[in-house]
Design a protein around this ligand. Structure first.
Ligand code: SAM
Length: 360
């Protein structure tokens, strides 16, 4: 389930792949739930914080403005990091930027001698800049190559086009169903397989057209292609696996008393964060009330003071930023107990190196 329609309902053909009208420059990303994240963090002088999803640097700037502290901004999108270096003119060495995945934050920061931090935040999903760049292929509002890799078109992992042109019909339907909550996933997958037997699906408009041919527009006006595009993006970037890795990495690097703040944009992500925090705070119920307590061994809670429910944005925020409607924040405080063992699924590679990184 998508919490609310993302701002993706109008169709512009401003950049046809073979030329045509020029698109406006990408919108500046408006940070979502920023005041609440900041309140949870209460940055203090000398503190060290991780902004695991740097994007346009909205969270990082606000943290740096709130105290004389240091922020390590991480983003898997090299474009976000390159653009963000301009912020160093204002913040100097208090802002440090790293290209990479937040699931790898332990090793990324250890290279710089950082092993403990006071706060970690993730503002999940894509930025407005990514959505607004037709050549990235994230949005069906523009025609562009069907790519969707956050690391960019040069990344080593498969693009959305690779997936839709090669994946088996059933697997495709499963992805569209699980990551997009598309009830007509079987019809979409079948239509994709039929279309690709005639010609390869390589552009965003092509895929959006195929989806619209088998899924009707819903009453709330959400474009039928929204759910399939979301599903492919999540799959291409292994966003759920990466979230699991990121939560476990945050648990390992946070100092006792440090804050974790995660902003999610759909229920799949939010459920994952909720489940992790519930488990790590010792709130997971026994599998059966007939089992004695001793039958279920759990390590001591590594998180406490979990936020009550998922915190939504207030109306003032959604009035000025419709994208914020889907945002939900969960926070927790690290205890001084050791981090839990990492599950095998959290060990999975969540992120694909760029071809350049691969050579290292
Ligand atoms: C919603 S935007 C963040 C916006 C940011 N809070 C701001 O105020 O500008 C999400 C960003 O996270 C990045 N991202 C998503 N998953 C990531 C991951 N696993 N590791 C690092 N960066 C990631 C995306 O590339 C994107 O730039």
């Amino acid at each position: 389930m998508i919490f609310a329609p993302p701002a993706m309902t109008t169709m512009h053909a401003c950049a046809s792949v073979s030329g045509g009208a020029i698109c406006p420059p990408p919108a500046i990303h408006k940070p979502v739930l920023l005041d609440k994240v900041l309140k949870a963090f209460t940055p203090h002088d000398g503190g060290v914080y991780v902004d695991g999803t740097f994007g346009a640097g909205g969270y990082s700037a606000a943290i740096l403005e709130a105290a004389d502290c240091t922020v390590w901004g991480i983003d898997r999108d090299p474009y976000a990091i390159t653009t963000g270096t301009a912020m160093k003119d204002k913040f100097g060495d208090r802002l440090e930027l790293i290209t990479g995945c937040f699931g790898d934050m332990g090793s990324l920061l250890a290279k710089h001698g950082v092993t403990r931090v006071e706060g970690v935040t993730f503002d999940l999903g894509v930025s407005s800049m990514q959505l607004d760049q037709p050549e990235r292929g994230f949005s069906f509002r523009f025609n562009g190559p069907l790519d969707m890799r956050m690391e960019g078109n040069d990344a080593a992992g498969p693009s959305a086009a690779d997936i839709v042109n090669n994946m088996d019909e059933k697997e495709l339907a499963d992805i569209i169903y699980h990551y997009g909550s598309e009830r007509r996933s079987l019809h979409v997958a079948r239509a994709i397989v039929k279309a690709r037997s005639e010609s390869p699906i390589i552009h965003t408009f092509q895929l959006a057209g195929i989806v619209r041919s088998v899924v009707r527009k819903s009453r709330d006006g959400i474009d039928p292609a929204t759910r399939t595009f979301q599903a492919l993006r999540i799959h291409v970037n292994n966003e759920i696996g990466e979230l699991d890795r990121g939560l476990a990495a945050a648990e390992r690097i946070l100092s006792p008393g440090g804050t974790l703040a995660v902003v999610s944009f759909h229920s799949l992500e939010d459920r994952r964060v909720k489940g992790f925090l519930k488990q790590r705070s010792g709130a997971t119920p026994r599998p059966s009330r007939h089992l004695p307590d001793t039958a279920v061994f759990s390590p001591a809670p590594s998180f406490t003071n979990i936020s009550r429910g998922a915190v939504p944005p207030d109306k003032a925020e959604t009035d000025v930023n419709p994208r914020a409607r889907s945002g939900r924040m969960r926070t927790a405080i690290r205890t001084n107990e050791p981090a839990w063992e990492i599950n095998p699924e959290q060990r999975s590679t969540g992120c694909f190196p760029t071809r350049e990184n691969e050579k290292e």
